[in-house]
Write a protein that binds this ligand. Structure first.
Ligand SMILES: [Mg+2]
Length: 263
């Protein structure tokens, strides 16, 4: 009930800011309902995360044993829906029939109470024990850094601020420049994320092909260089479907999804 009241209060202000990754949309209940239920309530979701982080550990061991360079080894993880679970935020949107906005997102991240995702804290500890530096490259913004560090610590994944790379004012959500910054001092042996853009900017702003062929062409990287986690609630995968048809309203988006589904 507390969450509904918070979201209801924001609805009254009519906040409509847009995000780098998310588009505001009215009446998103049907769109989010089953995806959020699966993410939050299914044993399958938990097993997927344990499986992915076990694979991450194996891939890191392998890449570390083959690494002969001079730079310090590193792993790069995304934060949202990779190490922290924001599904209560999505559930709050559903409960209050609210659309996504940066302002509502900020209310949620300010609370710094997102739970750790299964296997994440254990993997981070494992990597550090192996002498691997753990970086977080997130599309949270600079003004969210303090609460993000607080949340990571509360979730059992404390980190020094130097290992957290967020979006500076005027900077794009593309993670290339921040990956390059890490690569100046480190060899990145493994990436973990719920969005393909957490691995390569080739997957940012996908065209009508939805980057499906590109994914096939890079299949040897998955499970070895990039560990991908499931996020059916939101992501560039969804934006790409709408962008191809220029769908803006919820009804246009739903129509576009129906047109794209294979029969
Ligand atoms: Mg993410």
């Amino acid at each position: 009930m507390k969450k509904i009241l918070i979201f209801g209060a924001f609805a009254a202000f009519g906040l409509t800011a847009t995000s780098c990754c998310r588009q505001p949309e009215a009446d998103n209940q049907n769109q989010l309902l089953l995806a959020t239920a699966w993410y939050q309530q299914s044993a399958e979701m938990r097993a997927c995360y344990y499986q992915a982080y076990r694979m991450a550990q194996m891939a890191l061991d392998n890449n570390l044993s083959n690494y002969k360079g001079d730079k310090r080894p590193a792993v790069v993880l995304d934060i949202d829906e990779t190490v922290l679970d924001n599904s209560p935020f999505e559930a709050g949107l559903i409960a209050a029939n609210q659309s996504y906005s940066d302002s509502l997102w900020r209310v949620w991240t300010d609370r710094a109470e997102a739970a750790p995702l299964p296997g994440a804290a254990e993997f981070i500890s494992y990597a550090r024990q192996k002498g691997v530096d753990v970086f977080f490259i997130s599309n949270r913004r600079d003004e969210e850094r303090a609460t993000t560090l607080q949340n990571l610590a509360a979730a059992g994944m404390p980190t020094d601020s130097a290992f957290l790379l967020t979006i500076a004012p005027g900077e794009s959500s593309c993670k290339d420049s921040r990956r390059e910054k890490v690569s100046e001092t480190h060899e990145i042996l493994l990436f973990v994320g719920d969005n393909m853009g957490d691995y390569s900017s080739l997957f940012d702003r996908r065209n009508a092909s939805l980057a499906l062929g590109l994914t096939d062409s890079l299949q040897a990287d998955f499970g070895t260089r990039f560990i991908v986690l499931p996020n059916p609630m939101y992501g560039e995968w969804e934006n790409a479907i709408y962008r191809a048809k220029g769908a803006k309203s919820r009804s246009e988006k739903n129509k576009t999804i129906l047109e794209r589904l294979k029969l």
